[in-house]
Write a protein that binds this ligand. Structure first.
Ligand code: ATP
Ligand code: MG
Ligand code: MG
Ligand code: MG
Length: 570
């Protein structure tokens, strides 16, 4: 048989009858049950042959579109000297998500969670003239992030596949064009992968940067992000950006001027969300979270509003790193951890605020209280120098769109891609400069662009319609056609299967043949789990050359001549 025809007996496809108890997300269940992935440790997965085929097909699409957009593929090291991260200022700032290690000479290294440092250092040493710019590079590589809460299978892993791209331009105008080219490429990539998605305005987070940033969101209930959109004018933003828009753009200076002094927080009177709201001078309904900042602008604590669902991963990322143990929200709140400096009460869906009774020690906050589990004994200590309180006003479903005044809608989404105009954030500190036409020294203007390749696979599975089992979009399916003889022993069936297989191979259609000697029920159950989009069942009427054809994307079964089935599959 040809390379297009694969016998199921030759493949490792360890399907499971039952949904594993640990898998909460539908995509996680599907991928485990279909034998696409297996967990090795929390957030760390092996991709088995079928899962890997899907990933390879996604990668092929990503490569084609990135190449088309003028990007060159390279491959950067996962193991990176800590010194480089110290130079960019992220060694401390990245917090506990950064996996740190030492070599035998006790030199410090990190496992790359992203590659701005490495690529900027490379550009700094290899490019020095305007003639070599613009430069557009990308890679597809394993990333390491010690996520606080790895979960939902490949959606939030600690080791995962990312496509990351970086651009080096000579001006902001040039960056604008690159940014547009990447966004166009992303639209094509996600469309070809069969994903429903939308592009939303975002806020620069830990990666930082001076310019615009957008996220590509796949609508799904399990998503940890909130897409805020207006159907009337097409406005779409993530929750953080929409909240910032609602609050009005304000500079850090302005925030500082407006913010009350820290002492005010440490009054025993700020005990309810209303009091906090009065204290901050914003309506209670408009407080999502309030950060208390250190003098260097690092947030250390948050006030969280009760009826908002809180994305713990995001809050934790925003304020540093914490482990939260909440035995009973009404009684005990304990926050521990924060090995790298900052912490605060996060991830609560109850109002939490600091008052005089909370203790702040070692960069972490701990306390116990009653009522709303407010913290007790706030005693700023150590290097802790609270500077001001800033507020993030939230938006609610049904609020007015900032553009057109119509109603805003909320939906849950999975962040599958992210594009950033970085400007000179990294190029300035890592000395990525060049000489322009006039012989003057200039700093490269950068952009960075990520796609969660392994997360994308799960996002597609998450979006598959719940009524049927998995059905992979044709563009990324491990194989296009599942060819199933009901009885592997039957000579008529074997003859028809042989003919169809030959014809499909001739047409270059990839086909999985279930040549196992299993009961039909077992074969069909497995086929539903594996989820190939097209299915040809060869059964009772094989002698007449009649087979059963199913395009699972549309549903329904029809009996047709095998030649017709082979034609439809092509
Ligand atoms: P999130 O907000 O979900 O934590 P992020 O904003 O930290 O993601 P980026 O730094 O923007 O992620 O990385 C680029 C892309 O990598 C993301 O858009 C996402 O698709 C993917 N990604 C990030 N973290 C993970 C993870 N832990 N597991 C799988 N994919 C991830
Ligand atoms: Mg993250
Ligand atoms: Mg994000
Ligand atoms: Mg992001």
């Amino acid at each position: 048989m040809s390379r297009y025809i694969i016998k199921q007996t030759s493949l490792l496809i360890p399907t499971l009858r039952e949904a594993p108890a640990e898998a909460e997300a539908r995509s996680h269940q599907l991928l485990l049950r279909a034998g696409f992935i297996r967990q090795l440790a929390a957030g760390i997965y092996s991709y088995l042959p079928l899962g890997w085929r899907v990933l390879r097909r996604i990668q092929t699409i990503v490569r084609e579109e990135m190449d088309q957009a003028g990007f060159q593929e390279l491959h950067l090291p996962a193991m990176q000297p800590a010194e480089l991260w110290e130079r960019s200022g992220r060694y401390g700032a990245y917090g506990a998500e950064l996996i740190r290690l030492q070599d035998r000479h006790e030199r410090e290294f990190v496992l790359g969670p992203t590659h701005e440092e490495v690529i900027t250092a490379l550009a700094a040493s290899e490019v020095n003239s305007y003639r070599k710019l613009p430069l557009r590079l990308y890679q597809i590589q394993t990333k390491f992030r010690d996520e606080r809460r790895p979960r939902f299978g490949l959606l939030r892993g600690r080791e995962f596949l990312m496509k990351d791209a970086y651009s080096f331009d000579r001006s902001w105008e040039e960056l604008d064009r690159t940014y547009q080219a990447v966004r166009d490429a992303y639209r094509r990539i996600f469309t070809r992968c069969g994903l429903k998605f939308s592009m939303v305005e975002a806020e620069a987070g830990a990666i930082g940067g001076e310019g615009e940033t957008h996220e590509f969101m796949a609508p799904a209930e399990i998503g940890e992000d909130t897409i805020v959109s207006c159907l009337a004018c097409g406005y779409a933003a993530n929750l953080e950006k929409a909240a910032a828009a609602a609050a009005g753009e304000h500079s850090a200076d302005e925030a500082e001027r407006q913010a009350p002094a820290i002492e005010k927080v440490a009054t025993p009177n700020t005990r309810t969300i209303e009091e906090v709201s009065a204290f901050l001078g914003v309506p209670a309904s408009h407080i999502l979270k309030t950060m208390i900042y250190r003098a260097d602008d690092k947030p250390v604590a948050a006030v969280v509003r009760g009826d908002h669902e809180v994305n713990e991963n995001k809050l934790a990322a925003a304020i540093g790193c914490v482990t939260l143990e909440l035995a009973d929200p009404q009684e005990v709140l304990k926050v521990t951890g924060a090995p790298h400096g900052y912490a605060g009460p996060v991830g609560l869906d109850i109002p939490v605020y600091l008052d005089r009774d909370a203790v702040l020690y070692g960069g972490a906050v701990a306390g116990a209280g009653e009522e709303h589990a407010h913290l007790r004994n706030v005693v700023p200590s150590r290097d802790f120098q609270p500077a001001h309180i800033g507020d993030y006003r939230s938006v609610q479903e049904g609020d007015r769109c900032p553009n057109c005044g119509e109603t805003l809608h909320f939906a849950k989404g999975i962040e599958v891609g992210h594009v950033f105009k970085l400007g000179t954030k990294y190029s300035s500190v890592l000395n990525a400069g060049y000489t322009d036409e006039a012989g003057r020294e200039q700093t490269m203007i950068m952009g960075c662009y990520g796609i969660g390749v392994s997360r994308l696979l799960s996002a597609v599975a998450e979006q598959s319609p719940a009524e049927q089992g998995m059905c992979w979009p044709l563009g990324i399916a491990p194989y296009s056609v599942h060819l199933i003889p009901v009885s592997a022993q039957d000579p008529d069936q074997a003859a028809v299967v042989e003919q169809i297989a030959k014809e499909l191979a001739r047409q270059g259609v990839e086909c999985l043949v279930d040549d196992r000697e299993e009961r039909p029920g077992v074969k069909f159950k497995d086929a539903d789990l594996i989820g190939l989009p097209l299915r040809i069942v060869v059964g009772k009427r094989a002698g007449e050359g009649i087979v059963e054809w199913t395009d699972r994307r549309a549903g329904g079964r029809t009996e047709i001549a095998w030649q017709e089935a082979a034609r439809l599959a092509a």
